[in-house]
Write a protein that binds this ligand. Structure first.
Ligand code: GLU
Length: 420
């Protein structure tokens, strides 16, 4: 029998234990005297070669193939398009190289989750295959255009799958770029890849498709609501934020309640009865977006000359401390740079207040900074790009940044929205 090769299923026998799994390549950072196998639960373990008595081949490596056969449309089911853009939800390990690639197409999802075929007539489109930290406003535009195409040609809702890292930037941007939205646009993702037993991909996708078929005509995120598989939270795209590096329930509503809880079995608990309802209005992608903007985090000891790098920018969002403070040492630079400056809270929770302290009054009144109420810095960034794509007149920018365009500003801060 030939020696097992990477990618093969094997049984590794040591003097006192046996492990079954897929033989993995040894990453450069690991000691070469170990054998790494991926266990059935998705975790990799390294076994000291000195302890290994025998490695038995169970099954040779076979390139996974997913049938791309077209699903037959079922009468009475809604039409939902899944647009895939990359991220962990689309990732698979290449057992030959050990690399992780954003490679699954939306069609692959539907063949891996046949139950989706009973929820909706699905159409799948892969429009890019990147990690979400590499996304830019160009990708947001592309998504908006694709979504418009789908919604205006028969889709009853759209699900977008991408990486979790910047999902909340995309959801905020799409909330502004999609005008007259009349159908659900649901963003979903996964914190754990599909080949791990604890993957959240399946439930997130199933709940997202259900949400896309619902009456909630908003751009929203749909991700695990708890660390168990209890339900997913549907959160307004302008109010969602990734709040944990790795937990499956990382996405939380900020300064707002979720729109709904979506259960895998089909139940939807609507928590915000004022959500926009499905209608027949045509959705338009309004993709004028000023990209020459920046999002800056201020901190004690920040060198004021850093702001010189932004002289030719068209606008800045500053994630300011506390109620919207900026170190006084930066005031002169702010006076010099002539562009809209938006103040958002780096505390994430709460609202910035332009008038509480003398310094804040100076920022808002003398330096004409725009206080972004209870918007997250990321939402303020996406909104500023959108607003500056349409006007550069400071008074208009100010008025629009402080108006509630897409659910990004709540009127009152409700107690129960903190750490929801
Ligand atoms: N950093 C990658 C991304 O955001 C992978 C993380 C993920 O998908 O959760 O695309």
């Amino acid at each position: 029998m030939p020696d097992p090769k990477t990618g093969d299923s094997v049984k590794v026998k040591t003097s006192d234990k046996e492990f079954e799994g897929i033989l993995m390549p040894i990453p450069d950072i690991l000691d070469k005297d170990v054998t790494v196998i991926k266990l059935d639960n998705g975790y990799n373990i390294g076994i000291d070669n000195k302890k290994i008595k025998k490695i038995e081949l169970i099954k040779g490596y076979k390139k996974p193939s997913h049938s791309k056969k077209k699903l037959k449309p079922k009468k009475g089911l809604p039409n939902i398009t899944i647009i895939s853009a990359g991220g962990t939800i689309s990732s698979k390990v290449d057992y030959r190289t050990g690399g992780v690639y954003a490679d699954y197409t939306a069609e692959d999802f539907t063949s891996m989750m046949p139950e989706l075929a009973d929820i909706a007539n699905l159409k799948a489109k892969k429009i890019m295959s990147i990690m979400s930290e590499d996304m830019t406003p160009k990708e947001w535009r592309l998504l908006a255009i694709e979504i418009e195409k789908e919604l205006d040609s028969g889709a009853d809702g759209v699900v977008v799958t991408q990486g979790t890292d910047t999902l909340h930037y995309t959801s905020a941007a799409l909330s502004f770029l999609l005008k007259d939205l009349s159908k659900p646009v649901i963003l979903t993702a996964a914190q754990r890849s599909i080949d791990r037993g604890s993957s959240d991909a399946f439930m997130n996708l199933i709940c997202a498709v259900k949400a896309a078929a619902s009456d909630i005509a908003e751009v929203s995120t749909c991700m695990h609501g708890t660390t168990n598989d209890d339900y997913c939270l549907l959160i307004k795209g302008t109010k969602a934020r990734k709040m944990h590096t790795s937990r499956r329930d990382a996405f939380r509503p900020i300064n707002d309640l979720p729109l709904a809880k979506i259960y895998e079995g089909g139940k939807i608990d609507v928590l915000d009865k004022d959500h926009k309802k499905r209608s027949d209005t045509k959705t338009k992608a309004d993709t004028k977006f000023q990209e020459k903007i920046a999002l800056l985090h201020v901190y004690p000891g920040m060198d004021p000359s850093l702001l010189d790098n932004y002289k030719d920018y068209k606008g800045l969002v500053i994630a300011a401390t506390g109620l919207g403070n900026i170190p006084q040492s930066l005031f002169n630079k702010i006076k010099e740079i002539d562009m809209p400056i938006v103040i958002a809270p780096q505390t994430i929770y709460g609202r910035v207040h332009p008038l509480v302290y003398a310094n804040l009054r100076e920022l808002s009144i003398k330096l004409n900074c725009i206080f972004a109420e209870d918007m997250t810095p990321e939402t303020a960034y996406a909104k500023l790009g959108y607003v500056l794509g349409h006007t550069s007149k400071i008074e208009e920018v100010k008025e629009q940044m402080q108006a509630n365009i897409s659910g990004e500003i709540t009127k009152r801060s409700l107690e129960k929205t903190f750490l929801y």
